[in-house]
Write a protein that binds this ligand. Sequence first.
Ligand code: ADP
Length: 543
Amino acid sequence: MQGLMMNRHLLVSDLLEHAAAQHGQQSIISRSVEGPIVRHTYAQIAQRSRQLAQALLALGAGPGDRIGTLAWNTHRHFEAYYAISGIGAITHTINPRLFPEQLRYIINHADDRILLVDLSFIPLLRQLLPQLPGVEHIILMTDYEQQSLQAPDWLCYETLLAEQSPNFSWPRFSDEQASALCYTSGTTGNPKGVLYSHYSTLLHAMAACRADALGITPESCVLPVVPMFHVCAWGVPYAAAMMGSRLILPGAALDGASLTELIQQEQADLLLGVPTVWMGLLRHLHENHIRLQHVKRVVVGGSAAPLSMIREFDENHSAFVVHAWGMTELSPLGTVNLPTPEIMRLPPLERYQHQLKQGRPVFGIELAIFDDKNHRLAHDGKTFGHLRVRGPWVAERYFRHEDLSAFEHGWFDTGDIATLDEAGYMQIVDRAKDVIKSGGEWISSIDLENAAMSYSGLREACVIGIPHPRWDERPLLLVVPGHEDLDLAALRDHLAAHVARWWLPDSIVVVAELPHTATGKLSKLQLRNQYHDYYLKPEQNRP
Ligand code: ADP
């Protein structure tokens, strides 16, 4: 047919070359794994990516090959993202916080031929290697000095780069080809891989930048604390290059003090990460009487943002919490909570309540809630059901996996239970597997946790449903105290004032810390196993 548009596919390498050409002097600042903060421009990073691309080709990497990374958020990891996808291979980011047997499973399942590894993970990889028959080369992401000292039998990243020319023309191919691979942490069963394409990655990056989403612009100074091994740091490495934003990468130092130093010194204005990281940061800021200077927005996702966090960022740091929801299967962006002007005019406490919602779908993502019989449910902000999504950056199946049960009727079933209100705002009620089924009624563990966290004496709270002789399941609240003299009776009264009587946890257990999954979420499965018999025992025998 005549008169149509050019059929020129956009590829991941185009993002980097755009940044180098249009924003060549813009900075990428990275806390290196070796320690010091290092600075590069997009022009330099693009050149180094081209060198790495040629080094990978020289090692025999080709289109479709999986190349794994075990690495923090650094400039080298950023270069690897582009070099690998740029030659048509697949950037397989591996979450080093997974258990060794899961890591072994993932690397073998993906058939990674080459691994790029940070210094921190040498012992971990040495332990795994005897059971990784498919790995042909290991590249240590450091300079010659460190590599020859710490792993002389592996290849050196900087030496490989130095051997290659800065000039290289990226190959062109179909944007339907895979660009990256990420496994979900898999609370049950083996982790499942999601394969992103060049097309879905670019479309997702465009969506992420938009004003109605994360609002990344050429003026932004973005600090993704969310790891590049967790759903591509929510797409920030692509979105930042698309916009030519200043990018700050925190390396391995994710504690409150290191983050504060980087945020203040480099004047970050947009932060992204999961709630656990922000709890560490806020604690450090509070204890040291520090006020954040330049931060305008903090994107919180991965788990529900508690009201206390939304409030503290707002009142103490003039930073607005953008609550967002997503999943590995969604690249990950699904919804973003940007309030309407009407909501912004509400008194702060009412506005914070609204910010507890996970937000509206960004253009491209469609959401609906369904009951158990596959009927659509009302969008009234009250009725809750199984949340399903569809869109061009939603997976249609798992990589090398036969089970299609989550992908029926043209939707992806998220495994989340949610409400949708008249204005389109979605609120997660719970994970389907975490919701507490008490006497035929459902109790949201997230709502209960939020109510508990609004009590000032807690560092962290977790609610699980465990078997109960009379009600099938009842909630148990586990708390980590924020100070020594936590008043449990006052906490109980506080809860009674905030939730329905029959929702009240039958017991509260004080613990020194709570277990988290590899992606920083409360590990409820582990706690459910640990406390399985708690209500089945007579009260005097409970721990
Ligand atoms: P993993 O299972 O590897 O941690 P994901 O990051 O894909 O992987 O987890 C997605 C899940 O995290 C969602 O289905 C949802 O249950 C939860 N989640 C993500 N963002 C939020 C949020 N803002 N509030 C509540 N839950 C969230």
